[in-house]
Design a protein around this ligand. Sequence first.
Ligand SMILES: Nc1ncnc2c1ncn2[C@@H]1O[C@H](COP(=O)(O)OP(=O)(O)OP(=O)(O)O)[C@@H](O)[C@H]1O
Ligand SMILES: Nc1ccn([C@H]2C[C@H](O)[C@@H](COP(=O)(O)O)O2)c(=O)n1
Length: 254
Amino acid sequence: MSNTELNTPNAGGAEAAQAGASDERALRQGRSLVVAVDGPSGSGKSSVSKEVARRLGLAFLDTGAMYRSVAWHCLNGRINLANAAAVEAAARTINMEQTMVPDAELFKVNGINVTDAIREPKISEAVSAVATNLGARAELVRRQRELIDAHGRRIVVEGRDITTVVAPDAEARLILTASEEARLRRRGLQLGGTQTAEQLAEQVLARDAKDSTVVEFHQAADGVYTVDSSDLDFAQTVDAVIAVVRQAVHAGPA
Ligand SMILES: Nc1ncnc2c1ncn2[C@@H]1O[C@H](COP(=O)(O)OP(=O)(O)OP(=O)(O)O)[C@@H](O)[C@H]1O
Ligand SMILES: Nc1ccn([C@H]2C[C@H](O)[C@@H](COP(=O)(O)O)O2)c(=O)n1
């Protein structure tokens, strides 16, 4: 299957809405349903994926939080992020726990609650050192696959390499994207206007540029849908993603 672009919500009308609701019920009851979501920073992957998981009754895995947790551990333990072997060793040895339900966000590293700490700008600025470490990536991919299986393969997983590396066999795979302008604006609002334009550009665009040296998350691979949320509000984006999930499930394996 070639790349598929779907950037408008489900067609309107009462009939379409009814069909949508009944399809959504079917998805809630199905067996394996892995929804893989990739995309650039600030495109809405995490917030939209959480809401999709809620609506479809699925578990939720934020893989970026795992990269952030390794970065936090290195900074906290004075492990030099430029020392590739030490970063890989950290990824292999730390204990990471995360609630995988969309309504309760809690991340722990070696028993320490890092839920808020991993979202701090200093982690956003440092995390690419983990993301571009191929040994650390291999270990985190291994852990992510284990978590998907442990949740009975009924899960929404979001990150940068989920559609291509972690779960290329997912029932629904999509890239969630948005214009640079929309992503910078959303991240600025999310951080309560605390960051300058330069800081936002560093945390969003420069980070994407570094991360995309090791993974492709701007262009959809074959069989992967694209949802462009630049001109959609949050609720419309969630609807558009659920429409893609329905479409992908009906279409079957790519
Ligand atoms: N369609 C949308 N319209 C407006 N705001 C949105 C939309 N989608 C997401 N947002 C908001 O944009 C902000 C960034 O979203 P989110 O953190 O989910 O992005 P992300 O892709 O996971 O980013 P990162 O990869 O950097 O963690 C959040 O405040 C979220 O509520
Ligand atoms: N599957 C993934 C998930 C995340 N990353 C990298 C890219 C980011 O710089 C960092 C944090 O992700 P975020 O919380 O901003 O989504 O982790 C990756 O390379 N692969």
